[in-house]
Design a protein around this ligand. Structure first.
Ligand code: C2E
Ligand code: CA
Ligand code: CA
Ligand code: CA
Length: 279
């Protein structure tokens, strides 16, 4: 594992030996890892583009493996999805992230506007019959206002969801929880589709942000992002951009009307204590 940008925790280098750890081995150890509290969460700030203020943070899970160091979610989330362990793991992430958001609020971080916390939801959780009850229970036990929680579901998962799978999200949205369409632009939504989704936010995939890196940016890329932002705003969705790494990208995306942003330019994911000083 290598140290990244002064992060206290290091995320496993994808090219390191860690790659060689077999999927079988990791899958086998997931349940014990959950019982043994080997998972932890890093938080990455979400920043309002208008004034640069802190809007909230996305919870990103990591596995502190006793032998192989810190493993990133791409290494084990697919395995947890496959075995179904993602349901209790996702439940743990939700509970922990909500508890953290309460702490930030108690400490007054974020000023007068309460900080939000974003939690990723895998398709497998979306299909689980207890999703709504469990989520509401976590919020009620914590006392966190539902509007301070945003659940991120990938565009691909949401677009392929049928009405019965969208219903729990609709119920949560009615309860006040925000719903974000994650990795937007990588699936194939059309306008009619977007209208029927209970989303409040669209998270523009990092691939678009990368397209704006060149100076001057590719005019076609600019037009596409402009179109998505205007479509989103027409549908009353706010737009968050992912993967902002440079000031060039940040400025362009702000000029294109994006509402908030996330990326290494602002801060890398880090421990919760780091959030107040992140922006
Ligand atoms: P995601 O939801 O798209 O999360 C954003 C990913 O982009 C994170 O990777 C984050 O560290 C990375 N990132 C942030 N800013 C930048 C940047 O400026 N440049 C670049 N190149 N990357 C940036 P991470 O933490 O490795 O997470 C990967 C994926 O794992 C997430 O993608 C999400 O799909 C999944 N994941 C993470 N935590 C959870 C969880 O608790 N539950 C579920 N179901 N999935 C999770
Ligand atoms: Ca996400
Ligand atoms: Ca994303
Ligand atoms: Ca992604």
């Amino acid at each position: 594992a290598k140290a990244e940008g002064g992060n206290r925790y290091a995320v496993a280098d994808p090219d390191s030996d860690a790659r060689a750890i077999s999927r079988h081995h990791l899958t086998h150890h997931l349940p014990a890892a959950l019982k043994g509290c080997e998972f932890f969460i890093e938080y990455q700030p979400l920043v309002r583009m208008g004034d640069g203020s802190l809007e909230g943070a996305e919870a990103l899970v990591r596995w502190s493996h006793p032998r192989h160091g810190v493993l990133g979610p791409d290494r084990f989330i697919p395995l947890a999805e496959h075995t179904g362990l993602i349901v209790p793991l996702g439940q743990w992430v939700l509970k922990e992230a909500v508890r953290q958001a309460c702490q930030w609020q108690v400490r007054g971080i974020g000023g007068t506007r309460p900080l939000k916390v974003n939690v990723n939801l895998s398709p497998r959780q979306l299909h689980h019959p207890d999703l709504v009850d469990d989520t509401v229970a976590v919020l009620e036990e914590s006392g966190l206002d539902p509007s301070a929680l945003c659940l991120e579901v990938t565009e691909t998962a949401m677009v392929s969801a049928d009405e019965s799978e969208l219903r729990p999200l609709r119920e949560l949205a009615e309860y006040g929880v925000g719903i974000a369409l994650d990795d937007f632009g990588t699936g194939y939504s059309n306008l009619a589709n977007l209208r029927r989704l209970p989303a409040s936010t669209l998270k523009l995939d990092r691939s678009f942000t990368q397209g704006l890196q060149r100076d001057p940016a590719d005019p076609v890329d600019l037009k596409i992002v402009e179109g998505i932002v205007s479509l989103a705003h027409t549908l009353q969705l706010s737009v968050t951009v992912e993967g902002v790494e440079t000031s060039v990208q940040a400025e362009q995306l702000r000029d294109l009307g994006c509402d908030s942003a996330q990326g290494w330019y602002y801060a890398r994911p880090g421990p919760p204590e780091r959030l107040p000083e992140a922006v």
